[in-house]
Write a protein that binds this ligand. Structure first.
Ligand SMILES: NC(=O)c1ccc[n+]([C@@H]2O[C@H](COP(=O)([O-])OP(=O)(O)OC[C@H]3O[C@@H](n4cnc5c(N)ncnc54)[C@H](OP(=O)(O)O)[C@@H]3O)[C@@H](O)[C@H]2O)c1
Length: 287
């Protein structure tokens, strides 16, 4: 299978590509789409083919998808970008990429999405069958643009144009990703017992590989997360940071916000987190 991967200069993509290459074979069967050729070198050294281009440019996208059988769309714009860029990359470009891939003969499309598409107030972990209600608090257009991308891609699947699979990731950390430390920017304002659902990069890759290579017709969504969400207090402890004063007295309107069920990916795809909690990852030395 020839596989195009986007977003490979980012935190998730750069850690996924080596694992995909180990699985798919370092024989040019993996192509990465990057905006800056120099930043593709780590992937190229491992045997990936490099396509240069911007996802918002239709001709770059047409060239990138030529001859591929499957696409893993990891790229997204959400770290401090204006809302129009978030919509352009997360929704418009994702749909254009899938349509171009289908026209070029690709048959499978894995869309990397986020648990931020779920709203609050469920009173339990969110399942893939819950109707998404993406909020905007602190995230701008990111959650809504990812949700609309999912909707458009699943519609393409329903029309028979592509086998689309959606993977909704929890908060990703590990292997030197500064994300874990950055969590204190907002967890410092949380109630002491508010929890963050997380997933280690090794388990993101495990989950994405299972989603990509699973048999079946697709048109399905899977949550990818670990087994043990941690509280704001634990986030401070694992980061070696002092607890902010007054944390314990803060109210917590919804103790289930951001918490997802992983029953589907466990039961259907055999997913078992290598790092069931951030503490396991800490003890293994893979933070
Ligand atoms: N990190 C998390 O905790 C988390 C949680 C849930 C879901 N996710 C999902 O995981 C995916 C990856 O997240 P991440 O943390 O790795 O993000 P990231 O570090 O910000 O990486 C984003 C990637 O997208 C690429 N990109 C952005 N705009 C592009 C464009 N116009 N054309 C081509 N490439 C473009 C970036 O390329 P440049 O390097 O050229 O900018 C980069 O490779 C996203 O889909 C995100 O929604 C992440």
């Amino acid at each position: 299978m020839r596989i195009l991967v986007t977003g490979t200069t980012g935190e998730v993509g750069r850690r996924f590509v080596p694992r995909l290459l180990r699985r798919a074979g370092a024989d040019g069967s993996v192509r990465v789409l990057v905006r800056d050729a120099a930043r593709a070198e780590p992937s190229a050294r491992l045997g990936a083919e490099v396509a240069l281009g911007d996802l918002r440019d239709p001709s770059d996208v047409r060239e990138a998808v030529a001859g591929v059988d499957a696409v893993v769309n990891i790229a997204a714009a959400f770290r401090g970008v204006p809302d129009d860029e978030a919509w352009a990359v997360n929704q418009d470009a994702a749909l254009r990429l899938a349509r171009a891939a289908a026209e070029a003969g690709a048959r499978r499309f894995v869309q990397v999405s986020t648990n931020l598409v779920y709203g609050a107030g469920l009173g339990r972990p969110a399942t893939e069958d819950d109707e998404p209600a993406p909020g905007t608090a602190g995230w701008g257009a990111y959650p809504a643009s990812k949700r609309e991308a999912e909707r458009g891609l699943l519609a393409l699947h329903a029309e028979g144009g592509m086998d689309v699979r959606v993977a909704r990731l929890a908060f990703v950390y590990g292997e030197g990703d500064p994300h874990l430390a950055q969590s204190l920017r907002w967890a410092g304002r949380w109630a002491a017992h508010q929890r963050l659902h997380m997933v280690h990069h090794a388990d993101v890759a495990q989950g994405l590989l299972r989603v990509l290579f699973a048999a079946g017709p697709g048109g399905r969504i899977w949550n990818i997360a670990d087994d043990a969400p941690v509280t704001a207090v634990e986030l401070h402890l694992v980061n070696g940071a002092e607890l902010p004063g007054g944390m314990a007295a803060r109210p917590l309107p919804d103790p289930w916000e951001g918490i997802v069920s992983t029953l589907r990916i466990r039961d259907e795809l055999g997913f078992r987190p290598l790092y069931p909690s951030v503490w396991t990852a800490r003890d293994a030395g893979v933070l």
